[in-house]
Design a protein around this ligand. Structure first.
Ligand SMILES: [Zn+2]
Length: 174
């Protein structure tokens, strides 16, 4: 059975004083069932100074016999603004109780202008949790994109912005 991306990814966002943290959470069971690769998700930051738009594409594979996971990630900036921002992609794995099976580790990072792309890969077979394939299907693969250098605290009314938006959780819209 094929699952579409809307059903298998959950997006949570922290807008902070130094940037935007976009967390894409994928249920590993749904990833194992997905037949279309890459999975593609778009997101636009809720930035008061320089909103930026991004396309995240992931290609994922887990080998049932060994539990070995590989994930190939491409991040492309797609807005029309001329200034560069700093983007970092990291990957972590969490269990059902939201404890880290694998702590977040950066896989790529760069100053990015629009249309630019960065890529990174993640491969792991050593984590004991992943070796039990059936158990690992309950895990969450989390890809976090950190956007920095888009706003500075002196550039906007911090109090006004964060009092209304810090708890805002939104899904991307196409
Ligand atoms: Zn910003």
């Amino acid at each position: 059975m094929a699952a579409n991306p809307e059903q298998i990814v959950k997006i949570d966002v922290d807008d902070t004083s130094n940037g935007h943290n976009i967390h894409y959470s994928f249920n590993m069971r749904s990833l194992a069932m997905t037949e279309s690769w890459p999975l593609i998700q778009d997101y636009t930051t809720n930035c008061p100074v320089l909103p930026t738009s991004w396309t995240l594409a992931i290609t994922y594979k887990q080998i049932p016999e060994t539990g070995e996971v590989s994930c190939f990630v491409t991040l492309t900036r797609i807005d029309l603004a001329s200034a560069s921002v700093e983007a970092t992609v990291s990957i972590s794995i969490l269990d059902k109780e939201k404890h880290f099976v694998r702590y977040p580790r950066p896989i790529c990072s760069s100053q990015m202008l629009t249309t630019e792309t960065i890529q990174g890969t993640f491969e792991d077979s050593r984590d004991p949790g992943l070796k039990n394939y059936v158990l690992s299907l309950e895990f969450i693969l989390r890809i976090t994109v950190l956007i920095r250098s888009c706003h500075l605290t002196e550039n906007f009314d911090r109090q006004k912005y964060f009092s209304s938006n810090v708890k805002d959780k939104r899904r991307s819209k196409k």
